[in-house]
Design a protein around this ligand. Structure first.
Ligand code: GDP
Ligand code: MG
Length: 163
């Protein structure tokens, strides 16, 4: 079967938007309400002739103590366990948050290869905002705009290199 790529990150960073952009269809639900992706969503993706299965996950939040929050976290953990490469997405407009640090710790423990994408940098003039995410410890952060389709190719180049 095809290798698995999981898109992981806190709620509202644009995971579902990126998922839809990569698979070229509007399959995942994009909402302004944080954490709207309750279940994992699978689709087939392909980049530079490399086929993979892509998983969209709900956001991992550190302060979700309710049942639904725990369920999302379990779903995300299952996706991480299944993944060959993690696409860790953060919000470059919002800046580095404690939630990102929490997700990063989660991912470090998985010992899976991680590609760090800094989303919502819709203009080239905003790309410098990706630098602060170096501190997460996953190498060079890649600026992108899932909404405008900018930088997504650079992210996928890095992902398929690791598959
Ligand atoms: P998720 O919770 O991580 O799956 O995030 P969503 O994909 O549902 O997106 C959350 C919000 O961010 C929505 O309002 C999107 O339209 C918005 N968004 C996603 N990607 C971008 C982007 O590249 N630029 C901007 N400006 N907004 C984005
Ligand atoms: Mg979502």
């Amino acid at each position: 079967s095809a290798p698995v790529v999981a898109i992981v990150g806190r709620a509202n960073v644009g995971k579902s938007t990126l998922f839809n952009r990569i698979i070229g269809e509007r399959l995942s639900i994009v909402e302004d309400v944080p954490g709207v992706t309750r279940d994992r969503l699978y689709a087939k993706g392909e980049w530079n002739g490399v086929k993979f299965d892509l998983i969209d996950t709900g956001g991992i939040e550190m302060d979700e103590e309710d049942e639904m929050g725990n369920l999302i976290r379990v779903q995300a953990q299952l996706a991480i366990d299944e993944a060959d490469v993690i696409l860790f997405l953060v919000d470059g407009r919002g800046g580095l948050s404690v939630q990102d640090e929490y997700v990063a710790e989660f991912l470090r423990r998985s010992k899976k290869p991680v590609v760090l994408g800094v989303n919502k940098l819709d203009h080239h003039s905003h790309h410098a905002q990706s630098y602060e995410f170096y501190s997460l410890g996953f190498g060079e952060p890649i600026p992108l705009s899932a909404e405008h389709g900018m930088g997504t190719g650079d992210v996928l180049d890095r992902v398929v290199e690791l598959l």
